[in-house]
Structure formats: C-alpha cells, structure tokens
Ligand binder design. Structure first.
Ligand code: PEP
Length: 249
C-alpha cells in the first residue's frame, strides 16, 4: 500500500528561537510543492516560534520528549497538554540519546506512547540496536524487545497512529550509515513484529535514522519498507533538509 513519505528534522539541543525562525523561513519556499509529511522537531524553547511561522503550510511540528503525566511534581518536564496547547502535533519518544544519557526506560515509554495518543499527539517511537548488539547478532532480539515493551499498552487498532523510527545507535551522528540491505532488513522486521501483533502493519510509517544526508537519502528512501527518515545533523541546514525531502520522490 502507498504510505505517505515522512521526513522529520530532529534538531536535538540546537537552534535558538532566532535560528529556528531563520531555518523555517529558508525551508518553506524550498518544500512548498511537497506532498510528503515534513516534520520539524525543535527544542522546547523554539516550539512556539516554529508552530507560528509554519502556520498555513504543510510543515508539522514535533517535540523531542514528553512526560506521561498531565501535570504534577516533575521538575524540568513537559506534558502532552502543554504541547497540544501550542498546536504541536507529534512527539519523538525513546530517542537513543534519551535512553543513553537520561535514563529513558522501556517502562516509561510504555506509559508515554499511549499518553501521547490519548492527546492526539503522533508518537515517533525510536528503536535501534547498539554496535555491540549488531555484532553479537542481536539486532532483531533488541528491536522486538523494544517494540513489544514500548507498545505494550497501545491497542492493536491504534498502532498505525504510531510512527516508528529505526535508528541503529552506531549510525547516529557517526557518519556511518546503515547499508540499504541493513536498513531494509530491520524495517521489514519491525513491520513483521507489528503484523504479528495483529496491527494493520502496512499502514504504519517506518523511518530510517542514522547519518542520513542529501547524498545517501534517495537510496535509503527508495527501500520498500523505509517510509521516511529521521534526520539529525543534516536537518540543521534548511537546504540539506529540503534536499532530503526531495529525495523521497
Ligand atoms: C537522530 O538524531 O535521530 C539522527 C539520526 O542523527 P544523525 O542524522 O545526525 O545521525
């Protein structure tokens, strides 16, 4: 089935409000004709600016994290209702940097994914193996464990509302991109796991993330089970990011 390509810019902890505004102004004319889903994930501080600047365009906005509770004594956290109030439409959950540096657990993700869905925020759930995991032949075991745990509380019928990003940790920010074979194999496996859960797996968008650049995007995005890209480093430059959107066809 035809799945709309989904290209997301994960800025991580980059760009002030002024820099975010400059990026959006540079991006919009470059992608004006696209039919793809184009999503920008700024830091919390620039969400409002990006939401307002893209109004009336096809660009959608995602946060990079979210707490599962609606409010409460959780210093430093931001909730789904706070994001929805800003007209944010999606949220990245379980990025490997959050798992690695901030103790994000599968147990927390099992609460965050349904909390996002309950507020009509589209979760972009990141999964992926470490270099040691791949070398030990554990890629599929790791992916299956993360998917089953993180999506445990999501009804099968709701799975197509979740976007999955396959992000091998060894490829993130390293310049070491997965081969097309590795990316296809892992994304097809993810689709199989979802199918095994009884989901309409052909409707789920599965992205590849890990050192996607304008010069390798077309080959990755043409793979049958790769429906888009989650782009870190190359998404900081509007021209490069627009070139990746264009590479999706
Ligand atoms: C990411 O942060 O999700 C990512 C894939 O980063 P990069 O494109 O820089 O590897």
């Amino acid at each position: 089935m035809a799945r709309t390509p989904y290209i997301a810019a994960n800025w991580k902890m980059n760009k002030t409000v002024a820099e975010a505004a400059e990026f959006v102004d540079a991006l919009l004319p470059r992608i004006a004709a696209t039919q793809h889903d184009v999503v920008v994930c700024p830091p919390f501080t620039a969400l409002h600016e990006v939401v307002e600047r893209r109004r009336g365009t096809a660009v959608r906005v995602a946060a990079q994290n979210m707490h599962e509770a609606e409010s409460g004594a959780f210093t430093g956290e931001v909730s789904a209702p706070m994001l929805v109030e800003l007209d944010v439409e999606a949220v990245v959950l379980g990025h490997s940097e959050r798992r690695q540096f901030f103790g994000e657990t599968d147990a927390a993700l099992a609460r965050k994914v349904p909390a996002a869905l309950a507020h009509d925020l589209e979760p972009i759930l990141c999964v992926g193996e470490s270099e040691e995991g791949r070398d030990a032949g554990e890629t599929e075991t790791v992916l299956e464990r993360q998917l089953q745990a993180d999506l445990a509380e999501v009804a099968d019928a709701d799975l197509p509302r979740v976007v999955i990003a396959y992000e091998p940790i060894w490829a993130i920010g390293t310049g070491k991109v997965a081969t097309p074979e590795q990316a296809q194999e892992a994304c097809a496996f993810i689709r199989d796991v979802l199918r095994g859960r009884g989901a309409a797996a052909d409707e789920v968008r599965i992205l590849y993330g890990g050192s996607v650049k304008p010069d390798n995007a077309a080959e990755l995005l043409a793979l049958p089970d790769v429906d888009g890209a989650l782009v870190g480093g190359a998404s900081l430059d509007a021209e490069d990011f627009a070139a990746i959107v264009e590479a999706a066809g």
